[in-house]
Design a protein around this ligand. Structure first.
Ligand code: GAP
Length: 436
């Protein structure tokens, strides 16, 4: 066997996109009608992978800690939320339009700021206009100013608006965090690069409330926690980079931001962000709602509005990094093989079960028995009797199944099966009762 190492620079986005579509991970949104730009649909394996990532995150950052509270807030929120948060005024990107072909582009992402990438003409852009990226909508049957709402562009505000509820219900000691996972929507000017920049995506966010005196300490702890998360995702440490974001490039609410960047197949780009949001959000809520957001330290008269450290994880970017890190090609008996070396805890399918021959009822019956037992234990188990064994292995390799179990004539005699491992392609005989 000749192993071809996964070096991030060798992995091509097109290969990942085509594998993702072919094998039922991710499809273009509304594909059957020609698509809708910036939207993606998850197929059976994609949704399994995505859920595995999101559940792992919840387990690590919520269930695995005793200073964290989960919430699931409504996506539609009172428009005052977005006025107070600054999103109505400042959640904008610079937009330029080409006077020749009328294509619109994000000015700060153009390779050549004077040349239209759609028609190739130079000097056809006017002054950039600030374009607000929130999707506006009306709540209820009357379309007037008071019924306006927005699809949330970040899950964070659903956390801030529930800060007081959580404090009143649980009165946690500081520091503590509130976590949320869910959809976010941004009317991106130029969605691009597969799921990397889409108009509908998912976030996993934590607002970690701290005494302002101790924000730096908490920030450093979160840097370490984020790195631990990348390890759990199976991302190679040398492909993750920390970028201290300069003041001019920081979001309007942030006093310090670190972007964790990853060597994606499209180049080094933002994977997630860690921001020190100060008391910007709770302060705004207090001002606009007239309700106190102060926290009283137990047993003292010490009252203040807590400050916030915010690790903000994008699910799609995590998933794209996982796919790129897992993508491998090697040679098996002179043939090229593609496989996804997912960490076992992320693999959408853990075991595939096959009868050696599908026209031998006694093998099929025994294989079904093993399949049912494994499925009862692991859930994510696939029945696969299509084509010959070699083809089944290739198919399972491509979707990243760590173990293929084959029931053959020897199984009927001694209750052992062949277990073939994805990464090494090694096969061993294992007793069924050991397996299940
Ligand atoms: N609450 C802070 C916040 O939303 P952000 O840097 O704008 O900060 C956080 O977004 C993360 O959400 C990004 O690091 C990225 O992982 C993900 N994200 C943002 N915009 C995205 C888009 N258009 N498509 C996919 N993921 C996106």
């Amino acid at each position: 066997m000749q192993e071809v190492e996964n070096s991030m620079s060798d992995v091509k986005l097109d290969d990942i996109v085509s594998l993702a579509k072919r094998r039922g991970f991710i499809y273009q949104g509304s594909d059957v009608y020609g698509g809708l730009s910036g939207t993606w649909d998850y197929g059976p394996l994609g949704v399994a992978l995505k859920r595995n990532i999101m559940q792992l995150w919840w387990k690590m950052f919520v269930d695995g800690r005793d200073d964290m509270y989960g919430v699931d807030a409504a996506i539609l929120m009172n428009q005052k939320v977005w006025q107070a948060s600054g999103h109505v005024d400042t959640f904008t990107d610079p937009l330029v339009e080409c006077s020749n072909c009328h294509a619109r582009h994000r000015a700060d992402k153009l390779e050549d700021p004077n040349k239209c990438p759609a028609c190739g003409m130079s000097g056809t852009f006017g002054e950039p206009k600030q374009f607000n990226m929130m999707f506006k909508t009306n709540v209820g049957p009357v379309a007037d100013e008071s019924s306006i709402s927005y699809l949330r562009p970040e899950t964070a505000q659903g956390i801030f608006t529930n800060y007081k509820n959580v404090v009143d219900s649980f009165y946690p000691d500081l520091p503590f965090g509130i976590a949320q996972q869910g959809k976010a929507f941004r009317n991106e000017i130029s969605p691009r690069d597969f799921i990397f920049r889409s108009r509908e995506f998912e976030q996993m966010e934590i607002e970690y409330f701290v005494d302002p005196e101790h924000w730096e300490e908490a920030f450093e702890q979160w840097v370490a926690q984020c790195k631990e998360w990348f390890t759990v995702l199976g991302l190679p440490a040398e492909s993750v980079h920390e970028l201290e974001v300069p003041e001019d490039d920081r979001a309007h609410y942030s006093k310090r931001t670190i972007d964790f960047e990853f060597d994606f197949p499209i180049g080094r780009e933002e994977l997630m962000g860690l921001a020190y949001r100060t008391d910007f959000d709770l302060g705004n809520i207090q001002r606009v709602s007239g309700k106190s957001m102060e926290y009283t330290v137990k047993g003292t008269n010490n009252r203040f509005v807590p400050h916030v450290i915010e690790p903000s994880f994008g699910v799609e970017r995590a998933l794209m990094a996982v796919l790129a890190s897992a993508y491998r090609e090697d040679e098996q008996n002179g043939d090229k093989r593609t496989y996804l070396a997912f960490p076992e805890h992320l693999a959408p399918v853990k075991f595939a079960v096959s009868p050696l021959l599908k026209n031998k009822p006694e093998l099929v019956e025994k294989a079904r028995e093993v399949y049912r037992a494994l499925k009862a234990k692991h859930g994510a188990v696939m029945w696969d009797d299509n084509g010959n064994i070699g083809k089944r292995y290739r198919r399972q390799d491509e979707i990243g199944t760590p173990h293929c179990v084959v029931i053959d004539f020897q199984t009927l005699e001694d209750n052992t099966v062949t277990v073939r491992e994805r990464d090494t392609t090694e096969q061993s005989r294992v007793a069924i009762n050991e397996l299940v």
